[in-house]
Design a protein around this ligand. Sequence first.
Ligand code: AGP
Length: 613
Amino acid sequence: MCGIVGYVGPRDAVPLLVDGLKRLEYRGYDSAGLAVMEKGRLEIRKCVGRLAALEEKLAREPLSGAMGIGHTRWATHGEPSEINSHPHTDSTGRLAVVHNGIIENFEKLRAELEKKGHRFRSETDTEVIPHLIEQELREGAADLAEAIRRALGKARGAYALGILSLDDPETMYAARLGSPLIVGVGDGEQFIASDVPAILNQTRRVIYLEDGELAILRAGGVQVMRLDGTPVEPEVREVRFQPEAAERAGFETFMRKEIHEQPRVLRALLARHVNDSDEVNLADIGWSDEDWRPVRRIVIVSCGTAYYAGLYGRLIIEALTGTPVEVELGSEFRYRDAKLAPDILVVSVSQSGETADTLASIRLARRAGCRVLSICNTQGSSLARESDGLFYTEAGPEIGVASTKAYTAQLMAFALIAIYLGRLQGELTAEQEAGLVRDLRAVPDAIHYVLSREDEIRTVAGKHCDGPSALYLGRKFNYPTALEGALKNKEISYQHAEGYAAGEMKHGPIALINEYLPVVCICTRTRDEVYEKMISNMKEVEARHGRIIAVANDGDETVARLAGDMLVVPAVRDEFSPMVNVVALQLLAYFAAQARGTDIDKPRNLAKSVTVE
Ligand code: AGP
């Protein structure tokens, strides 16, 4: 979704803004723009397309100045066009605004403002904000801060805003409600940004603005207040990850780098949560055993890939504990009349911690008296701050739009939580726990082995990436893997792909099978009772001449006889095989996308963090 960057300080703002916006490109966008305070004038440059187009424009029509705001827009209201791009201005052109979010009552506000003589240029919801501020100034607001506060009091919806005005030429304003926004605290200079990676090469000292806060930034310092004017003492936090974590480290894309980081990420989680006696320790969450005991039911809420992690969470928790689990899409959960009670633990899962539907779901759950535990990858995110407990996945910044390392870290989190709860409830003996932990420790090396066979996966991807569609089948623990594999393929290679529970094949998708359809069958074997069932499904595909691509264990002759192609993965315990098997599917999608020449890190139409409904 839209990206915001802002700067005030002694340096030229323009290169800093462009650099920051580049670091936010992963969020997804279709146009970009800047507003800079230049020698008593407010200058704006914007255009449709990639940042390269904006840079070309800046080369033709240069800009410089010590304060500015920049924006990458992901269109919601109005097509991607120059006029709809941000920054937007008031009628006088003295005030400029960049916005991420949606002003839900913009039509009503716009009609009221039009009656008062305001003329709008764009189709966006955002444009009402500068006009509202202008109107508040006309109607007697004492200063810009008061005008902004009064204007925002009238806006409904979600926003992160950066605001500049010639009426206060050395001050940048920033406000948030529901959309992420941080302040970067520098030495004699200040930044705002949608996300930490945008400014990490400038400062690691960050203020995470809370909903309903307004920040007033001057080169020398930052002042924060609530929208009602109450001053707030902001907490400046040191960001833990290093700037290099947000670099590509020699890989051609962030996604490839992030796929390769998975063994390290999972090893780090194990090191943090498992002791030398092979016991799981979740002390980091900050809950005592007594906090876990009243839990009678678990409801997992999340979206997209994180939803598939939730499906795995249900399987592993129900396999190892006595607690029933439901899994819900945030976008559905928030609108259905879920019967919630205080003995239900709501577990939300999110890489970004800013997904609008997931956030709305936990707010609803907390209002109903439920405890909320979040499995989240982003320190300081809204989800992290609004939850009762946080399992921090610590995968480091995930820049590729398609989630990879955050997903396997979420699966690992669920496996650890399940083992911990199982032991606490007496469902697992200490010996069983130790056995599970030992098997879990085998996972990072197994992933490493999959990564070492990248070239074979590339060859398989090259053979099957041309067709219009592909089917992904899995069962039990690997049903979510099938869904996630298909999603990866759709997202980055744009080849239509359907993930299905293999047992459902006969209920419909079997009609699709012919000699052109790649059917990815996840059929790894240790002691899983669904192995034989998968073999039967593969025989059914073979009988209809489908092209079977099997994810299977080395040396599995039964599968090898059925499959046209094999993605070989090491055998690990069934319960943990999704963490290994999905890596083969991430790579399959990756190489298909590469062969099809797509923009892998920034696939069309997608946003990394879906901060609006
Ligand atoms: C993953 O590849 C997707 N881009 C998307 O489905 C994502 O998982 C979803 O939007 C949820 O995001 P979150 O984990 O940040 O909440």
